[in-house]
Ligand binder design. Structure first.
Ligand code: ADP
Length: 605
């Protein structure tokens, strides 16, 4: 089944940086106590940084000038004490802030996880899995770096800066003004650099997303690529994307590495200005030498926080871009939502009714029109028709992956739009063409159908699915680890495991997208038998590719161009001619179908 690709990559608007920051900070709210503790320690360490040069200046004026070694010793001790307290305060501040940052991060990751499960299939199916992976792993890591380091350093530096500015203003106004005259220049330079950096980092994020998506695709498609001799083509395409990412990183590094030297230059100029102007004032007798010494210290300490903040600001750009993408995902609304007063669907018998249902993915382009059908509990409904007829769409509507445009779908007489999605889907099972196994053991994969099932129930389901024998023969039996896509298992074996999983879940309504996969005849026969057991006693909608399925179906619905054009049993339809007769001929001549033994004989022990 294919679902349309949602527009996840909204235009990035640099103006909403403030909003993003605010939203990130809002995540800190539950942890305000530790944030407060951190701020307390920040204040102490900022005070210590401002007090240091003051003490040194005092020592110069009062004790060195007056040749008072005892006083000098006292000041030295005091200074050591102040710096020690400052150092410990800094440690505590970092500890508490990183702690809070990690809590926020864990919350964020959890939200993303929940959101992925909340969004319906069509929100995610279109996403390239690699791109989504990259988003979740890299973007959250970016935010991590920012929250656990950037934010702490920014706050620490800002407070330190405020302390230093106050101390300078209090010591000597003219000298303080001259020292700070450099600030506008710095802000301009920083603004320039951060604009460049934001652009550069955004480019690195985009290109690494491309690279991961390509890698993911290569990994899952390498067989096809080799079969079609497209390896060279694919490698070249990867080369391009890889190169784009490399260049983007080089540019980003060039931008950030030009920043420090520029700031150093400004710092040196400012130191010279303070020394010159301060020296002049001292000669004039307007300030003491101690004040000039203190100022020279301040200039150094004053540049460090500004530099830290601006540097973090540049790397914060990438954190903002990352946060923006994560929030974008979090803000997506599922296409299908429960009504405010949605009720839980009680346990159903499995009657399914479509009443004049119409639906289209896009406005003005109907995909299904006037679909009316009734499935009695336990009946098998085979859906046949050419590709694009609307078979997958019909079952998507029953699963309520989309809401109907007009008409109604009733399960046991309940309009499914009035019911919670959870209660509806918990009574439905889906077995698709492409059997998906999670990484974990075979046991876990089957138990996924019903988490509280005991081992015996799992074995029983596996036996009913004709999977038990081959599982026992696996190196680790039921404890064999299977990879994301089923790794070493054959397509047919994976199919059997997913059938066992569905059997264990025991849904009232089953949707089966029949495999046309080429499996060997013996396995095909096993699958066939297993499917028959699976269909037994459940209302089933089968997108049919097997002749035997249509033969045994209670109703066959022939779809064409979004309408049901023929309906009846296999025999009735066959004698009627038309589209069905055509399709039947094709099924009949499909070699995979004709060599198939009769199901009863195929049930191997
Ligand atoms: P079938 O399962 O019979 O092959 P589908 O239900 O997949 O048919 O498709 C029916 C029609 O709807 C086709 O024309 C197909 O292109 C279109 N379609 C299917 N999925 C989407 C989608 N997610 N967005 C837009 N059009 C779609």
């Amino acid at each position: 089944m294919m679902y349309h690709r949602p527009a996840l990559h909204a235009e990035e608007t640099p103006e909403n940086r403030g909003e993003i920051l605010l939203r990130l900070v809002r995540y800190l709210r539950p942890y305000w106590k530790s944030v407060l503790a951190s701020v307390f320690f920040i204040l102490i360490s900022a005070g210590a940084q401002a007090a240091g040069p003051l003490l040194i200046g005092q020592a110069v004026d009062q004790f060195i000038a007056a040749n008072d070694p005892a006083g000098l010793g006292r000041t030295a001790l005091l200074l050591a004490g102040v710096y020690t307290v400052g150092m410990f305060a800094m440690r505590f501040q970092i500890y508490w802030m990183s702690w809070s940052g990690q809590q926020v991060l864990a919350d964020l990751r959890m939200q993303v996880m929940r959101q992925i499960h909340r969004l319906s299939l069509q929100n995610l199916e279109g996403e390239e899995a690699g791109d989504l992976m990259s988003r979740l792993v890299n973007d959250i890591e970016m935010i991590n770096a920012f929250l656990s380091q950037g934010l702490v350093q920014t706050l620490g530096s800002l407070f330190a800066l405020v302390g230093i500015v106050i101390a300078m203003l209090a010591l000597n106004l003219p000298l303080a003004l001259v020292t700070m005259a450099i600030i506008p220049v710095m802000i301009l330079a920083t603004g320039f650099f951060s604009r460049l950096a934001r652009r550069a980092f955004r480019r690195t994020r985009e290109t690494i997303g491309d690279v991961s998506a390509e890698l993911e695709e290569e990994l899952s498609g390498v067989k096809t690529a080799q079969a079609f001799n497209r390896s060279d083509f694919n490698i070249r395409r990867f080369e391009e994307r890889n190169a784009a990412n490399r260049d983007a990183n080089v540019t980003a590094n060039a931008v950030t590495s030009a920043f420090s030297p520029a700031m150093d230059l400004l710092s040196t100029l400012d130191t010279a200005a303070v020394a010159g102007f301060g020296g002049y004032l001292a000669v004039q007798g307007q300030v003491s030498v101690g004040v000039v010494v203190a100022f020279l210290q301040y200039v150094q300490n004053f540049f460090r926080p500004i530099q830290t903040v601006t540097q973090i600001w540049t790397s914060a750009q990438s954190a903002f871009a990352a946060a923006e993408r994560v929030f974008e995902l979090l803000d997506q609304e599922p296409a299908v939502k429960d009504l405010p007063r949605a009720a839980d669907l009680p346990t159903v018998r499995g009657e399914v009714v479509f009443e004049d249902v119409s639906f289209g993915y896009e406005d003005g382009q109907p995909v299904l029109q006037g679909i009316t059908l009734k499935a009695q509990p336990g009946e098998t409904i085979a859906l046949v028709g050419p590709t694009g007829a609307g078979k997958s769409t019909l079952v998507s509507l029953l699963l309520r992956l989309y809401d109907v445009e007009s008409g109604r779908i009733l399960v046991d007489g309940y309009d499914i739009r009035q019911m919670t999605q959870h209660s509806l889907r918990s009574q439905m099972g889906v077995v698709t063409q492409d059997p998906f196994l999670f990484s974990g053991t075979v046991m876990e994969n089957i138990r996924y159908g019903r988490l509280d099932a005991g081992d015996e129930a799992v074995y029983a389901a596996a036996r009913a699915a004709n999977a038990h024998d081959f599982i026992e023969r696996l190196p680790g039996g039921y404890q064999t680890q299977v990879g994301e896509r089923g790794g070493m298992l054959s397509q047919g074996q994976r199919q059997l495991i997913t059938i066992a999983r569905a059997l264990l879940a025991d849904p009232r309504i089953l949707i089966l997208d029949e495999a046309t996969a080429s499996v060997d005849t013996r396995t095909e026969a096993l699958i066939q038998r297993a499917l028959e057991r699976l269909l037994e006693g459940r209302t089933s909608f089968v997108i049919a590719h097997r002749l035997s399925t249509v033969k045994h179906a209670d109703q066959v619905l022939v779809l064409d161009g979004g309408r049901i054009v023929q309906r009846g049993t296999h025999e009735e339809l066959l004698s009627g001619g038309g589209l069905y007769a055509d399709l039947y001929r094709r099924l009949q001549f499909d070699p995979a179908q004709t060599v198939q033994p009769e199901p009863a004989a195929a049930d191997a022990p």
